[in-house]
Ligand binder design. Structure first.
Ligand code: IPE
Ligand code: IPE
Ligand code: MG
Length: 224
């Protein structure tokens, strides 16, 4: 059976779900939060140590301001209300991406990371204002500044995921088959599962099915 330490998820389809069911994209983002909670619980139940969630890409700034503001308000409320609970559950929160949000949200993010930094049941990497190309170019710039020898092992030290094993599983909901600038380096050998369901409709059963399928896959890593 394949070991499983890290699941990465592109939580896509909120907007379409919201339009279809509530005539509002934002309502879809709100509904998507319930799925986030369900999946966190199941990840712990499955004893998976790392969960990386793509919540906002560097490209998502191209959306209407009203949607962007709503998304960050949602995140702010979520963290304000749930931080204590996450902490009690021994969950570590780690942000990947560049924290250049409002002063209030930046502070809340730093605080959440600090408060939960010693927790160990599950590490959630929340990808916020994250873009893989930016991460890679930035890593190369830093390597160059430090005059560090360019090789794979050294390169990894400059990524925001430096202390984390690469994801064995990538899930993308929302019936779209692309990576959208997510963890391009780290996903080099991931098993990829594209889900038809929109993120708010995705549930524990779908997640467990994917994990089960993953465990039975023959992972070759170039061998036969
Ligand atoms: C993903 O859902 C969430 C974010 C990008 C913040 P979308 O908002 O992209 O939903 P669709 O793809 O438009 O339905
Ligand atoms: C990817 O979804 C980003 C997140 C889920 C946060 P998008 O909906 O932004 O991706 P594209 O633009 O359709 O590729
Ligand atoms: Mg989308």
């Amino acid at each position: 059976m394949n070991p499983l330490n890290h699941v990465a998820i592109i939580m896509d389809g909120n907007g379409r779900w919201g339009l279809k069911h509530r005539n509002s994209r934002n309502e879809g983002h709100k509904a998507g939060l319930h799925t986030v909670e369900k999946i966190i619980k199941e990840t712990i139940r499955q004893k998976i140590k790392y969960l990386t969630l793509y919540a906002f890409s560097t490209e998502n700034w191209k959306r209407p301001k009203i949607e962007i503001n709503y998304l960050f308000k949602l995140l702010e409320n979520f963290l304000s209300n749930k931080l204590e609970d996450l902490h009690k559950k021994n969950i570590k929160l780690n942000i990947i991406g560049v924290k250049n949000f409002s002063k209030k949200l930046n502070k809340l993010l730093y605080l959440s990371e600090k408060k939960t930094s010693k927790n160990e049941i599950l590490q959630i990497n929340l990808a916020l204002n994250y873009g893989s190309k930016f991460e890679i170019v930035n890593a190369l710039k830093k390597m160059n500044q430090n005059n560090d020898t360019i090789n794979e092992k050294n390169f990894k030290k400059y990524l925001q995921t430096k202390d984390i094993p690469d994801p064995e599983i990538l899930i993308r909901t929302g019936n779209t088959k692309r990576l959208s600038n997510f963890l391009l380096w780290q996903l080099a050998y991931a098993e990829i599962f594209f889900e038809k369901k929109l993120w708010p409709d995705f549930n524990e059963k779908d997640y467990i099915k994917i994990i089960k399928k993953f465990k039975s896959i023959k992972r070759n890593f170039g061998k036969i």
